[in-house]
Design a protein around this ligand. Sequence first.
Ligand code: SAM
Length: 236
Amino acid sequence: MNLILLFKDDFIDGGTRVRLSGRRHKHLRDICRASVGDEFCVGLCDGKIGTGRVTALEEDALEMDVALTTAAPATTPVTLVLALPRPIMLKRILLTVSSMGVKRIFLFHSHRVEKSFWKSPALKKANLKEQLILGLEQARDTVLPKVELRPLFKPFVEDELPGVAQKTLSLVAHPRSSGPCPRYVKRPVTLVVGPEGGFIPYEIEKLTGLGFAPVHLGERILRVEAAVSALLSRLF
Ligand code: SAM
């Protein structure tokens, strides 16, 4: 945790003192071995970053005086459109992309996504948020990404995706496609990434029909989580 993410509810006065219990208290006490007077990097969710100085340390909570001065880092100009991965992988991907500055994520259904994945507790709002927060704390960011669930392929791709992709460079990551993934792109991107079993030809035809260019990362086929990191690193 390189930043302690704060929420409005943490403030116990008008705006400079916070009281933290639970995970953040435990982390500061047990991992950082915080003492009264120590300073830590803090940031207000969707707000500024600054310093928190420990003023009180108790068995189940601690208090800090905070000064928030600096803007959050620049966001990565990409909308990630990801075929829903299995829950364990979803958690890791959300944490990773949150730490890489992605702010808008669609999770959508495709033919090779197991229907049972849509019933996973990992998709509950609080569980999605938990991974996104861990990613922000890792990367010293404060701006919470938005995750939208689209459990039907056709209506999402036909009715909504064209609007999402408007005025962006639209790419679909697909092994063995003819074009390499571009590097150091200077404009917003809509990036579609497939399920663990890959897209079926119908889905690729649909996406290319909407103007999504199929791009590859070389001859090695990567796991979804590795592919997402490699694609984002290469694009930006
Ligand atoms: N057997 C599947 C196939 O050939 O399409 C493999 C799918 S791969 C495990 C899952 C997703 O990660 C793909 O649909 C694609 O979006 C992305 N991916 C993995 N390796 C890639 C590569 N070398 N180039 C482009 N995309 C890749």
